[in-house]
Design a protein around this ligand. Sequence first.
Ligand code: GDP
Ligand code: ZN
Length: 297
Amino acid sequence: MDALRTGRVVQVIAGFYHVAVGPGETVMCRARGRLKGAASIYPGDLVRVLLFEDELGTGRVEEVLPRASLLQRPAVANVTRVLVVMALAQPRPQSFLLDRLLVLTHLAGLEPLIVWNKADLEAEPESLALIDIYRVPGYPSVVVSAATGRGMEALVASLGDGVGVLAGPSGAGKSSILNRLVPEAAQETSTVSRKSGRGRHTTRSVRLCRVGDGWLADTPGFSRLDLPLIEPRELPATYPEFAEPARNCRYDGCLHASEPGCAVRDEVERGTIPPLRYEQYRRLLDEVIEAYRNRYR
Ligand code: GDP
Ligand code: ZN
């Protein structure tokens, strides 16, 4: 008898869904005409699959289970963690870009994990100081080296049984981390790029790779770094360390800019919120206000 199983969609290629239904067991499926649940299926989706006993390794997707989130570009469902990768050196970490990625992660409804990479290299003191500056509740972080493998267990542990996507500037070491965690991914990626001759930026379907008990997408997230159009008051809500003091600001909807009686600014003066984080917040806030003002143009 054909059996119904729950599985994770790991890749979608030309109308075929590759669904992991057990450890090391992937079945190729078409979707049933009148699919239950969502209208379309993305990598990361949890689905109910009817396994065809007379044709091993094949089946049919019957139903898409409720989706917790859907990341765009690359489209991956049920992402639980964005691994925001920053090199500690070569290239030097860019904290403003890090803030932007953390805000994007928050706006997408996802949890970040800051991954400080290239720990094997000698870094400048100001770069190393960032590790402490970004030790913010809500921003777990790990210090790793894709070159030596240092910190990789902590990274895998933080992924748990969830779905992760790598983000971060070019050169930070995203592919190196993926390749260290999934050696097979390296070979396939390079084969693809050599054949097409167009390098790694060739559009191809996202694939989820098994990492520990979880999954990691083989295509980096947030290829576009500009913030979506948001109301200015949505920005401070994406800064976890502002939440507590913000309750004591004199005005509701305080943007923590130049309003009198701002408790967030008090914390900056007291040094509990690092000035760097706050100054960069103000830069991002100006950007958001400007974009919002021009929203009908
Ligand atoms: P991506 O653009 O974020 O995917 O970065 P890559 O993975 O292509 O890495 C960029 C460069 O940094 C490559 O030359 C890697 O060999 C190097 N690299 C990546 N991780 C490490 C690391 O942990 N230590 C050192 N020393 N080099 C690294
Ligand atoms: Zn305030």
